[in-house]
Design a protein around this ligand. Sequence first.
Ligand code: G6P
Ligand code: MG
Length: 223
Amino acid sequence: LLKGFVFDLDGIITDTAKYHYAAWKRVAQDELGITINPAVNEHLKGVSRMDSLNVILKFGHKENAYTDTEKAEFASEKNDLYKSLIQQMTPDDILPGIADFLKAITAKGYPMALASASRNAPFIIDRLQLAEYFSAIVDPATLTKGKPDPEIFERAADLIHLPYAETVGIEDAVAGIEGIQAAGMFAVGVGSPDVLGKADLLFPDTAHLNLAQIETAFNAARK
Ligand code: G6P
Ligand code: MG
């Protein structure tokens, strides 16, 4: 029986992926002399701050060019830029369909937890005025591994006492879908089939997310 939901934030609840990208693009260009593109950005989605920097350095063939201290400075510079971009967010920045979707889930009594790798997640949820919907928010600083490891999704379910097999995870990143499935949960993807083909159920965008469809697909899969 479906018991509850674990949610990704960036790219599902709001489009902060564009801000992460803009901030990394600047730092990569100005500090590292590396020009990133949208294809590289796909590999930054769902990935922690330092892991993202490592993806960029690898892409630019500079994985051994900097000390850990320098890398920490680049990551913090990116975060300062990112934070300046998200300061002005409002509930208008909630992606289409998400407010109604969260309301529908709450109306049916399913608890929800947030499984975002972002240390800025609580701030963003606050700016979007969505805090009331989430019974728990995972603190990524307490995790040992990032997505695609299932740890963050397991922690989110643990915080609201959901058995993994009865939990649905919602994600826009390949690494996220993999993590949800590795936790034994039902993976709902939002995006294109070329990127998220492995999802148990796929919607083209957030406006199409539909609770009844998810319940039907979940029950069919668990028979
Ligand atoms: C999310 C985003 C990633 C980002 C990560 C860490 O998973 O999809 O692009 O790198 O959070 O975010 P933070 O705000 O802590 O730098
Ligand atoms: Mg995401």
